[in-house]
Design a protein around this ligand. Structure first.
Ligand SMILES: [Zn+2]
Length: 244
């Protein structure tokens, strides 16, 4: 016969087991629901479903006198417009170059004020990184960006919400050239030519302080893709035609 003391313990164990049984699935669901996937966010673009062979070149981390100019020279030679995601402090440092980008009809996006790790920032600091860049870009070349690209491609829910609150669409990429690693022009070009498809957003860099072969690579990539029937548009034009 089970004693009163034993029955009390059995009751306690049953209660704890019941609570755990109820809470565990709930916790698991909450963890699942809290996970943010930027690829499921309709305000974040990696590429666009567009079968018309339209693609967009994008350049990060500038403007940088000399490096940006070499890229602009190549784009101008082929009559191609691109999107430059500028860092606010760079726009302040190289206003003439920022002005040239705007004057030649290219699109300008916001790539934060100081290119820091946004994920580690408090909301106010994060908002300032976006707002200050917007102000510096406007001061340098009179352009008000509507596209935002987070540094290093780190797009958490907090970061995307901060950009959305400022009215931005967030742009990532679907083809990474790794040009910032100083790769040879032929390697960068092959990386693009073997991975590009209709609707691609191609990531390159004009704000590379070390050796860069981005401009020479463009001189291979652009004529080859024009020959294949691709049309180069800005990121804004590409996402404006998104069926979604
Ligand atoms: Zn960057």
């Amino acid at each position: 016969m089970i004693s009163v003391r034993s029955r009390t313990w059995v009751k306690k164990i049953v209660c704890v087991a019941t609570v755990l049984f109820c809470i565990f699935p709930l916790t698991a669901y909450r963890t699942y629901a809290a996970q943010y996937d930027p690829r499921s966010d309709s305000c974040v673009y990696f590429s666009v479903k567009d079968e018309r062979k339209r693609i967009a070149l994008s350049f990060d981390d500038g403007p940088l006198e000399g490096k940006t100019d070499k890229i602009l020279d190549v784009l101008d030679r082929y009559g191609v417009k691109a999107t430059f995601f500028m860092v606010g402090s760079q726009a302040k440092y190289c206003p003439e170059t920022a002005m040239r980008v705007a004057a030649e009809g290219h699109e300008i996006g916001n790539h934060t004020q100081n290119h820091k790790n946004l994920a580690a920032m408090k909301p106010k600091e994060l908002d300032e990184e976006i707002a200050n860049a917007e102000r510096e870009i406007y001061n340098a070349c009179g352009y008000i960006p509507s596209l935002f690209r987070p540094p290093e491609g780190v797009c958490t829910e907090k970061i995307s919400n901060a950009a959305k609150l400022r009215g931005y669409s967030i742009v990532m990429w679907s083809v990474d050239t790794l040009d910032w690693q100083g790769k040879a022009a032929s390697v960068i070009a092959e990386n693009v030519l073997s991975n590009v498809k209709s609707g691609s957003v191609i990531l390159m860099h004009d704000g590379i302080f070390s050796v860069s072969h981005t401009a020479e690579a463009l001189d291979i990539i652009i004529p080859k893709l024009l020959e294949e029937g691709y049309e180069f548009v800005t990121v804004g034009e590409l996402i404006a035609y998104s069926p979604e």
